[in-house]
Design a protein around this ligand. Structure first.
Ligand SMILES: Cc1cc2nc3c(=O)[nH]c(=O)nc-3n(C[C@H](O)[C@H](O)[C@H](O)COP(=O)(O)OP(=O)(O)OC[C@H]3O[C@@H](n4cnc5c(N)ncnc54)[C@H](O)[C@@H]3O)c2cc1C
Length: 276
C-alpha cells in the first residue's frame, strides 16, 4: 500500500505584505514536510505571474510545488506557453481545472471542460507532469445530475489524470460513497480529501454557498451562536475538522490536502491534534 501523503494549498499573494506573510506561513508548514504545496491560479489567467512567482519560490526552498492551471477563457497557445514555462523551470506537478470565469470577464475560450485541458496537457507534454484533477463528493454545483458529474469526473481521469483532490466537505459519508462509485466505474487513482480548517463563520458560509459544500446544520448553528467570539469558533472548528480527519485517516484515505488560506495556525493545530 502506498504511504499516505499530505499537501498544502496557497493562493498567490497580491501585495508585498501578503508575500511576506506567506513566506512566514511556509516556513512554519515546511517543518511538517508536505509531499507538495499547490498554488491556485485565477481563472482567465488573472494570477498567472503571481502563481508562477510563488511556485518558483517554493521550489527554491526545496519543496515540490504544483501550480493550479485553469483553462476557462484561455487559448491553446496560451496554455501551451504556460506549460512550457513550467517545464523549463523543472515543475513536474500540476492541478488541472476548468475554473470559473469572473462574471463579465471575457470569452469562454478554447477549452470547455477540465477533461479537455488534461487531454491537451498529455498530448503536448506526454508524461512530464503528474496531473491532479478536482473531485466533488457533494457534486459540482453546476452538474446536471450526480450521475452526470461522476461520469464527467471519470472522463477527466481517463483523459490522463494521475490523482484527484476533492472539494472540501464535512460529511465523510459523501466522500466514501463518491470514492466507491468512482471505483465501480473503473477509477483507480488516489482521491485525496480536501480539508478546510474552520476559523471564520461568515467566510466559511460564503465559500460553501459558492462551491456547493454542505456545512451540516448543527455545525453552522454552533458557529453562528459564537457570534464574534473568534476563540470559540477556532476551538470548535478544530474539534470538528480534527474528528473528520481522524475518521478519514482511519478509513485509509491516501492522504489529506489542506486548504490553508495562506495561514499556518489552523492547519498546524489540526496536524498536532492528529499526532501526524
Ligand atoms: C482541489 C481544487 C482546486 C481548485 N483550484 C482552483 C484554482 O486554482 N483556480 C480556480 O479558478 N478554480 C479552482 N477550483 C475551483 C474549480 O475551478 C471550480 O469548481 C470549477 O467550477 C470547476 O472546475 P473543474 O476543473 O472541476 O471543472 P470540470 O471538471 O470541467 O467540471 C465543471 C462542470 O462541468 C461538468 N462537465 C464536465 N465535463 C463535462 C462535459 N464533457 N460535458 C458536460 N458537462 C461537463 C461537470 O459535471 C461540472 O458540473 C478548484 C477546485 C478544487 C476542488
Amino acid at each position: 500500500m502506498q504511504e499516505r501523503y499530505f499537501s498544502f494549498e496557497f493562493f498567490p499573494p497580491k501585495t508585498a505584505e501578503g508575500t511576506e506573510k506567506l513566506r512566514n506561513t511556509r516556513a512554519q508548514l515546511a517543518t511538517l514536510r508536505p509531499k507538495y504545496i499547490s498554488v491556485t491560479f485565477g481563472a482567465g489567467g488573472t494570477t498567472q505571474q503571481g502563481t508562477l512567482d510563488t511556485v518558483l519560490e517554493i521550489q527554491r526552498e526545496g519543496i515540490e510545488a504544483a501550480p493550479h492551471l485553469s483553462c476557462v477563457g484561455s487559448t491553446r497557445e496560451g496554455i501551451r506557453q504556460i506549460l512550457a514555462t513550467y517545464k523549463d523551470n523543472g515543475i513536474r506537478h500540476i492541478v488541472a481545472l476548468r475554473g470559473d470565469m469572473p462574471s463579465g470577464m471575457g470569452e469562454i475560450g478554447e477549452f470547455r471542460y477540465a477533461n479537455e485541458l488534461v487531454e491537451f496537457i498529455r498530448a503536448e507534454t506526454g508524461d512530464w507532469f503528474h496531473i491532479e484533477v478536482a473531485a466533488y463528493p457533494e457534486y459540482h454545483p453546476q452538474a446536471k445530475s450526480p450521475r452526470h458529474d461522476l461520469e464527467n469526473f471519470v472522463r477527466k481521469v481517463n483523459a490522463g489524470a494521475d490523482s484527484a483532490i476533492t472539494q472540501y466537505f464535512f460529511n465523510p459519508d459523501a466522500y466514501f460513497r463518491f470514492v466507491d462509485d468512482a471505483r465501480a466505474l473503473g477509477v483507480e487513482v488516489p482521491i485525496v480529501p480536501g480539508i478546510m480548517p474552520i476559523t471564520n463563520y461568515s467566510q466559511l458560509m460564503r465559500f460553501s454557498e459558492m462551491c456547493g459544500a454542505e456545512v451540516p446544520r448543527w455545525v453552522a448553528k454552533r458557529l453562528e451562536g459564537f457570534g464574534d467570539d473568534r476563540e470559540s469558533i477556532r476551538a470548535f472548528g478544530l474539534d470538528v475538522v480534527t474528528a473528520l480527519c481522524e475518521r478519514l485517516l482511519s478509513a485509509g484515505v491516501p492522504g489529506l490536502h489542506f486548504y490553508t488560506l495562506n495561514a499556518a495556525g489552523a492547519t498546524k493545530a489540526i496536524w498536532q491534534r492528529l499526532k501526524l
